[in-house]
Design a protein around this ligand. Structure first.
Ligand code: ZN
Length: 684
């Protein structure tokens, strides 16, 4: 082996120093170092943000590999021999370093993979265990996140975001932003993430010097991230645990520890969010379906509940097309029952193809609700195969769960999905269910009875979605776990958007978008609008975020409401790409009754802003909108959706005094547009 030439992607550099068995990884904004010591211990040596110059030095013994099988524990002190190391372009245009290690006692091989992308201060990584022992082993513990850093003499603020959990009982989350101080005496802060847990799979830490570290993980199952800070010996430790892990690995087979990533940001919560989101779009997320038309304007039939039929849908399809909708979704109620995915013969005597063809003839895409992980007790699939039910029902509208990790269930679901897509001309799947990572301890299924969390996430849910998407790649998928409670970085790989609340009205739409746009790009917060009377407070509560889904009886609405809605849909279409790609600024506290709230999207390339300011019953009739992102010397034009003023202000004025946004009604919202005046002042 010799020192490898500079990476083919010029900006990313991965160098291996054979004499010291050390790796230096860098791009324009990040450096990371790893080494295999003379005694054979693999350790992280530290990371640095090259723009801010701020470092995260690793503790003396910190290995990203942490795994326990029934016969061996791979930990910080384990020793390895380097078998091979190489680098290649990864599947998203970044660069991957692979390091294949053999445990010196013959307990198995560990393949470490590190990914870098141009201009992103993010290290993505994963570890894979290969069983070379000649006997079956079981993986009992695996840590996707296992790091220890020097705290640098600092204390830390921690940001987390809850999921949509109205069913959690006490303290139900609605994408609440949870900001806290990390206890410097070593008390643990636990973030429980994954399907049907409290938090999104992300957290950010930052200190008084604005040195920031965010971590995210790519796993739909349940995982706990534990963070501890000991100021006394200046240590910051990140550990993780996947509950109920009992994963059998046959001789020669592999076990993939779920991948995760570290974001070295500089600044506060909005900076943590923006750095994470740019990485998610570049490296993880399912590509945006259309550069100029996504997020879509959508109509969804749930305004009628299950009381739908072809005639109602046709009338609303015609109205939706007139309003400029791009996607028409038939929500729950079209099928004979949950699990019996054939059209209800009373509601749709001619089947679903007629309405699908009609929707297509109007120029819209056609979507259907498909709660494929469930089957009602009376459905043929469950009557014929009663053992296919998971041992924990996790009922969805009275329909119990199928065990997605059970081989025959997987095959049946894939076949049903292909039939539905092909027979009904489906372009969009609205996936729904209760707790998408099923819990099952049955001994009669193909998975290990005590491995349901990992098996149902990776070998169940993800396997099924991947199989269907491979066979029908043009279909776009929306994640809806009963309102948005599987907000993970595996989810973004499988779906083009996710719901973040459940037709819960204007304020909840703003509240949930506010929280979800820290960890996730704005397109992953779609909102259902149930209102049928239109005003600026209502429509603009839905203006900011992912697909805008009209969930109202469009065909029966008043003409004046439809005219207003049509104008606002045009406004949404004008700003949607800028909001989708912008740096999201949370300019106020979260939305609430008797407050004013404001969010904005900043486009760094154009140096422009779009802000939505909402007066939700507050006493004040004006709001000083201050934006700190602009060049102080440059001049900007400020315009509004409703207010006819056209203002000229400098970046310094916008940062200090701000622009006074007029909000004359108690319930209303204004849209503010700020764009630079070409050639007037400033360094740009
Ligand atoms: Zn099972």
């Amino acid at each position: 082996m010799c020192v490898l030439p500079a990476a083919l992607v010029a900006e990313i550099d991965i160098a291996f120093h054979e004499d010291t068995q050390r790796w230096d990884l860098s791009n324009a904004v990040l450096e990371a170092r790893f080494e295999l010591s003379a005694s054979g211990v693999f350790r992280a040596a530290g990371m640095r943000n090259r723009v801010s110059g701020q470092s995260w030095e690793s503790a003396a013994s910190s290995s990203p590999v942490s795994l326990r099988t029934n016969s061996f524990t791979f930990d910080d002190a384990s020793t390895y021999r380097l078998l091979r190391q190489w680098q290649e372009q990864n599947d998203r245009g970044g660069r991957r370093l692979s390091i294949l290690l053999e445990q010196t006692g013959g307990a198995g091989e560990v393949l470490l993979e590190f990914d870098l992308h141009e201009n992103l201060p993010v290290l993505r990584y994963g570890a894979r265990y290969r069983n070379t022992t000649g006997k079956e082993v079981q993986v009992l513990e695996a840590e996707p996140v296992h790091w220890e850093f020097s705290a640098g003499g600092q204390t830390f603020r921690q940001l987390r975001v809850e999921q949509w959990l109205p069913t959690l009982g006490a303290n139900p989350g609605a994408f609440d932003r949870v900001l806290s101080n990390l206890d410097p005496t070593g008390r643990v802060s636990t973030t429980a993430g994954g399907a049907n847990t409290r938090y999104c799979t992300w957290t950010a830490l930052y200190d008084d010097t604005r040195r920031g570290l965010a971590v995210g993980w790519e796993f739909d199952g349940r995982m706990n991230l534990d963070i501890r800070h000991w100021a006394a010996d200046d240590r910051l430790r990140l550990e993780s645990r996947i509950p109920e892990l009992n994963h059998p690995v046959a001789p020669g087979d592999e076990f993939q520890v779920p991948r995760a990533f570290l974001v070295l940001f500089h600044g506060g919560p909005d900076d943590a969010g923006y750095a994470t989101q740019r990485f998610v779009e570049a490296a993880l997320a399912r590509p945006v379906p259309s550069a100029d038309k996504f997020p879509y304007v959508v109509w969804d039939s749930w305004a009628y509940g299950e009381d739908i039929d072809e005639e109602k849908l046709r009338r609303n399809a015609a109205a939706a097309a007139l309003m400029g909708a791009e996607l028409f979704v038939v929500d729950m109620g079209w099928a004979r029952s949950i699990g019996d995915w054939r059209p209800d013969p009373v509601k749709f005597p001619a089947g679903l193809r007629g309405i699908s063809d009609y929707v297509h003839s109007l120029g819209m895409k056609f979507g259907v609700h498909f709660a494929w992980p469930h089957a009602a007790p009376e459905s043929p699939v469950l009557r014929d195969n009663p053992d296919w039910a998971a041992s924990t029902p996790d009922l969805f509208h009275r329909a119990p769960s199928l065990c997605l990790a059970h081989g025959p269930v997987r095959e049946w679901i894939v076949a049903e999905a292909l039939r539905i897509i092909d027979d009904y001309g489906v372009d969009w799947i609205l996936q729904d269910g209760q707790n998408m990572v099923k819990q099952c301890r049955k001994t009669t299924h193909t998975h290990h009875p005590l491995d349901s969390n990992y098996a149902n996430a990776v070998d169940g849910l993800d396997w099924i979605v991947d199989r269907i998407q491979t066979l029908r790649p043009a279909v776009e998928w929306e994640n809806c776990e009963n309102g948005g409670s599987m907000m993970t970085y595996q989810m973004v790989r499988n779906y083009v958007t996710s719901i973040v609340n459940d037709a819960s009205g204007a304020r909840a739409a703003r509240t949930t978008v506010y929280g979800a746009t820290y960890p996730f790009p704005a397109r992953y917060s779609d909102r259902y609008m149930p209102e049928e009377t239109m005003d600026s407070y209502t429509t603009r509560s839905y203006l900011f975020g992912g697909p805008w889904i009209l969930m109202n009886r469009l065909a029966d609405m008043q003409r004046t409401d439809l005219e207003y809605l049509s104008q606002e849909i045009q406004r949404f279409k004008q700003i949607r790409a800028a909001v989708r790609d912008g740096k999201i600024l949370h300019l106020t506290n979260p939305p609430g009754e008797n407050r004013i709230d404001a969010m904005a999207a900043y486009d760094p390339a154009a140096d422009s802003i779009i802000a939505v300011v909402t007066r939700d019953g507050a006493a004040a009739a004006t709001y000083p909108l201050r934006i700190g992102e602009f060049d102080a010397e440059r001049s900007y034009t400020v315009t509004f959706a409703d207010d006819s003023r056209v203002l000229t202000m400098t970046g310094a004025q916008l940062a200090r005094t701000g622009v006074t946004v007029r909000l004359p009604s108690q319930k209303m919202a204004e849209v503010v547009y700020i764009t630079p005046i070409p050639g007037l002042g400033g360094a740009n």
